[in-house]
Design a protein around this ligand. Structure first.
Ligand SMILES: C[S@@+](CC[C@H](N)C(=O)[O-])C[C@H]1O[C@@H](n2cnc3c(N)ncnc32)[C@H](O)[C@@H]1O
Length: 274
């Protein structure tokens, strides 16, 4: 699989497996997002950054034979993983478009719904995309996003550590590293936290926001270890974690006693109407 330059995370089959694992911890907010968007069987749903198809599968299962998901991503490799994983997922059709979502194109035409999960934070200055989307879609188009936040929960973790909680360092180091990596790449790690306000500023209506947090259970900790593996190179290149520190952090995460431990990772759910 050839990696598309510009995207900081992996696009290999292993990265697709991490996204599939992640889809399981994103299950509740993902279903809630699709409930809030009130998907109809015949909707044309444009999904930004479909990746390995975890959210796509959830959308397709809600569509009827007349419905379609236009699944846009820069990574043809991840789209191939998605195509394989989506075989038989539902009666709705899936059309893959390999494109950069920050450059709006004909793939947006006729959308009833625009949706994305964990994609806007990979787009530099994602607010521009939000405003341009409003100008491009038809009035009445429903939009919804789930965006992660590895930063807000650090306030609780810091309090817990300052008041004597022990053993939380591997979680703190991981959450700090992912934020620092995204900041080094000038992408938008905090966009979820301000997305509702940004949607209002762009003139969208019926803006609704929610917050979901994931306790650091075995699956979340495994995802963190896979992340370290996936971005070992960029973390070292930006001086965030050397290869040795990376290996050490992977070991420390593996050695955590069975949790769940406090969450260092949550998601903002935001829906609005053009
Ligand atoms: C963290 S993954 C999330 C994948 C999927 N939405 C999910 O929740 O499982 C982010 C995805 O966004 C894609 N992506 C990042 N920047 C993009 C851009 N500018 N245009 C299109 N896709 C992009 C990546 O290739 C990757 O598949």
């Amino acid at each position: 699989m050839t990696d598309v330059p510009g995207y900081v995370l992996g696009q290999s089959a292993d990265a697709a497996r991490r996204l599939q694992l992640q889809d399981r911890h994103f299950a509740a907010p993902s279903e809630q997002l699709l409930d809030d968007l009130a998907l109809r069987p015949g909707d044309r749903v444009v999904e930004l950054g479909c990746g390995a198809g975890g959210l796509t599968r959830r959308i397709v299962s809600r569509l009827g034979p007349g419905g379609v998901v236009v699944a846009v991503d820069t990574s043809a490799g991840l789209q191939a993983e998605a195509a394989a994983a989506l075989a038989g997922a539902g009666p709705g059709r899936v059309e893959f478009v390999t494109a950069d979502v920050s450059q709006l194109g004909a793939w947006l035409d006729g959308a009833d719904v625009v949706v994305g999960r964990a994609v806007l934070h990979h787009v530099p200055m994602a607010e521009f995309l939000l405003g341009q989307l409003r100008a491009a879609v038809r009035p009445g188009t429903r939009l919804g996003f789930l965006e992660p936040d590895f930063r807000t929960p650090l306030a609780r973790l810091a309090y817990q550590e300052a008041t004597g909680a022990a053993g939380l360092a591997p979680l703190r180091v991981w959450a700090t590293a992912i934020n620092e990596l995204y900041l080094a790449r000038r992408i938008s790690p905090c966009v979820g936290a301000t997305l509702g306000r940004a949607a209002e500023a762009a003139g969208y209506r019926e803006v609704r926001s929610g917050w979901h947090e994931f306790p650091s259970d075995g699956a979340v900790v495994e995802n963190m270890r896979m992340f370290y593996d996936e971005v070992r190179g960029p973390l070292a290149e930006y001086g965030i974690l050397s290869a040795e520190e990376n290996a050490e952090q992977r070991k420390l995460l593996a050695a955590l006693p069975p949790g769940p431990h406090p969450g260092v990772w949550g998601m903002h759910r935001v829906t609005f109407v053009a």
